[in-house]
Write a protein that binds this ligand. Structure first.
Ligand SMILES: [Zn+2]
Length: 171
């Protein structure tokens, strides 16, 4: 299976993160992965994300997203079958990939049961890419749906401040 989208989140970076560069490296240099995390953290600090009380709640919410007309309209070609898996609390990262036409997302128990992590991992499934421009457009679209217009606008600004992306997703 492809590990392209597998990555750490606020933990030790794994070697697979290197797959994301240099193709997705910003023109001005820098680490797009770190910049995306920093932008998410800043936007989440301003607009605290929804949290899910249980894994069942997390999974049913993801099912609702990927089964929606919005998902297939916004991300034509993205899998509509997405498997949600648990990772132990001691795991250092959540992750996502595509396999056999389906998406698979893993969430660290507890701390990653929130809208920020859901948007991040589903953006990997939707874009089938690392932390490049396609991923970031998908991420902002998901934030707009899941966290609201203001939070998504803040995320766009934070990504822009880090000089890694000019928002083009303005619908
Ligand atoms: Zn990622």
């Amino acid at each position: 299976m492809s590990l392209r989208s597998e990555h750490s989140r606020r933990g030790a970076h794994r070697a697979v993160a290197a797959v994301n560069s240099p193709a997705s490296a910003p023109p001005g240099g820098g680490d797009p992965t770190a910049a995306v995390y920093a932008a998410e953290d800043a936007a989440a600090a301003a607009f605290p994300p929804r949290r899910y009380r249980s894994f069942a709640e997390l999974r049913s919410h993801i099912d609702a997203i990927v089964c929606s007309d919005w998902w297939s309209d916004t991300f034509p070609g993205a899998p509509i079958e997405v498997h949600v898996e648990r990772r132990s609390r001691t795991a250092t990262f959540s992750a996502a990939c595509r396999r056999d036409g389906a998406g698979i997302v893993w969430f660290v128990d507890g701390q990653h049961w929130n809208a920020t992590a859901v948007c991040h991992e589903l953006a990997h499934v939707a874009s089938d890419s690392g932390h490049d421009a396609l991923f970031r457009e998908a991420l902002v679209a998901l934030w707009r749906r899941e966290c609201g217009f203001l939070a998504a606008t803040e995320l766009s600004a934070q990504l822009g401040h880090r000089s890694i992306w000019r928002p083009t997703f303005e619908r």
